[in-house]
Design a protein around this ligand. Structure first.
Ligand SMILES: Cc1cc2nc3c(=O)[nH]c(=O)nc-3n(C[C@H](O)[C@H](O)[C@H](O)COP(=O)(O)OP(=O)(O)OC[C@H]3O[C@@H](n4cnc5c(N)ncnc54)[C@H](O)[C@@H]3O)c2cc1C
Length: 449
């Protein structure tokens, strides 16, 4: 069995083509194998390879990195306004510390970043009431925060309208794919082997070792890190984990402002958050990215599979599993979810309906101002009550760890990456043994190294 995989590592402007690793028989052995070449897999690989002498391999099914969520997102570093962060929680620590580290990482490595802050806007009395609650929560987080009155909004964003708003300068936009490639380069330089174009088809636990079967050959590992993004719950289930949840893939379609009207947005403009049951809980927003594109969206609709980007693509197996799940029916069973699903369906398939949502914040927007942009697919974990999990969900066994859902996404990729690497190193150093030991809190991570 022989496969030459090419790792095409791109760092802003420069193209580095590296002939990657040859997968041969007999099986190549690693201390740790990471599945997934998105921002989480590459972040973990960097911290693991730089922070230990462990032999690390990373397996990615595509020929390039960051082709899925890590190349298809808004790129916003969330400090907790649009995305609910409760003070003192692990999620808040991952996000706020994570956002700061990513800002510093982009600046140190000369990666694109736009530091213009983020605002959320209340357009009516109910939303302004909700803004007060957001203010009470966010003012207890360690970030910059100020109220915006109608005229402040007009001064900062002349094309946006709102009664009141909240603004933080502690938010930036980044290009996740560029960061992923940079992290991968650092991991490779520190010794990680990258197997590109190799899909993991099976994993088995044999006498304390993990056998990893791919469509290009097999690998063996003492420890498996599952960072397979939307596919992570399915991979975890092969080893008997992730049984408390079902996953539902969600498809977000973005539009973008056409070039001649891009200057209508300077910062990041979000609506006041929707009720908690709404999966697309940040709502339709305007995000100006470091490449100057202003993306608008996304819509949020159940996807017919983890990689089904085209609205007509269907992964039959996922659909059968989803409709056969009682957790799924509990999730969509409530009246408000059905109503929201209907709104999202309309937003997805009718441009006019999508525009109505945009015009709430930007009243002068016309159909001719926007064009379709990319689609991103994320996933949600639902429990036995049909409730969506709002925090990160990691599961850990005697020789594997599974990132079933990282929250809040890219913002926390460096903090969660360092955390998972520290847990993995702790396993080898004997400071963490067996699946009965609970994982350390993030502030304890430093003591593991
Ligand atoms: C529409 C959208 C908007 C978002 N906006 C934001 C935002 O503004 N701010 C924020 O903080 N977060 C945001 N996120 C979340 C963020 O993008 C994700 O949390 C993050 O990119 C996840 O990275 P990942 O490495 O876990 O997954 P991915 O980037 O999906 O990487 C997983 C990788 O695993 C590979 N893989 C899967 N199965 C296998 C297999 N069997 N064998 C080998 N390889 C496999 C895949 O090919 C993929 O490359 C958004 C997400 C979406 C979808």
């Amino acid at each position: 069995m022989l496969n030459i995989s090419i790792y095409d590592a791109r760092i802003t402007g420069k193209i580095l083509v590296i002939v990657g690793v040859v997968m041969t028989s007999p099986v190549q052995k690693y201390d740790v194998v990471i599945v997934g070449g998105g921002i989480f897999g590459c972040s973990i690989a960097k911290y693991l390879s730089e922070g230990s002498s462990l032999k690390v391999g990373l397996v990615e099914k595509e020929q390039d990195l960051a082709l899925h969520q890590s190349g298809r997102n808004s790129g916003t570093l969330h400090p907790g306004l649009a995305l609910k962060l409760e003070p003192g929680t692990r999620k808040a620590w991952f996000a706020i510390e994570g956002g700061r580290r990513l800002q510093a990482y982009c600046e140190e490595n000369d990666l694109p970043i736009r530091n213009e802050g983020l605002m959320i806007i209340g357009t009516n009395r109910t939303e302004c009431e909700r803004l007060k609650r957001v203010h009470d929560r966010v003012s207890r987080l360690d970030i910059d925060l100020s109220w915006l009155e109608h005229e402040d909004i007009k001064r900062l964003e002349p094309h946006i309208t709102g009664k009141r708003g909240l603004y933080t300068s502690d938010s930036s936009t980044v290009l996740t794919s560029e960061i992923t490639h940079s992290l991968a380069n650092e991991a490779r330089e520190a010794g990680t082997d990258f197997y590109m174009g190799s899909r993991v088809t099976d994993v088995n636990n044999r006498k304390g070792r993990i056998d990893i079967t791919t469509d290009k050959g097999n690998l063996g590992a003492d420890y498996l890190v599952n960072a397979a993004g939307v596919w992570a719950p399915k991979l975890a289930q092969k080893l008997g984990y992730a049984t408390d949840y079902d996953y539902i893939p969600f498809r977000g379609q973005y539009y973008e402002l056409k070039t001649d009207v891009r200057d209508r947005i300077r910062t990041n403009v979000y609506p006041t958050s929707m009720p908690p049951r709404v999966p697309n809980s940040v709502g339709v927003h305007f995000t100006r990215r470091p490449d100057d594109k202003v993306i608008v969206g996304p819509t949020g609709m159940i996807a017919f599979g983890p990689d089904t980007y085209d609205a007509t693509e269907i992964d039959i197996r996922t659909v059968i599993e989803t409709v056969g799940s009682s957790r799924f029916w509990k999730f969509i069973g409530s009246k408000d979810t059905i109503q929201i699903a209907w709104t999202e369906l309309n937003k997805t398939y009718r441009k006019r309906s999508f525009l109505q949502h945009c015009s709430k914040l930007m009243p002068n927007i016309k159909a001719s101002d926007i064009k379709k942009s990319f689609v991103g697919i994320s996933h949600y974990l639902v429990d036995d009550n049909g409730t969506i999990q709002e925090d990160s969900i990691f599961e850990r066994g005697p020789n594997s760890i599974h990132i079933l859902r990282p929250k809040p996404g890219l913002t926390s990729s460096l903090t969660i990456g360092e955390y998972i690497a520290a847990v993995t190193i702790g396993h080898f150093e004997g400071s963490l043994k067996g699946d009965t030991v609970s994982m350390p809190e993030p502030h304890e991570v430093a003591t593991l190294r």
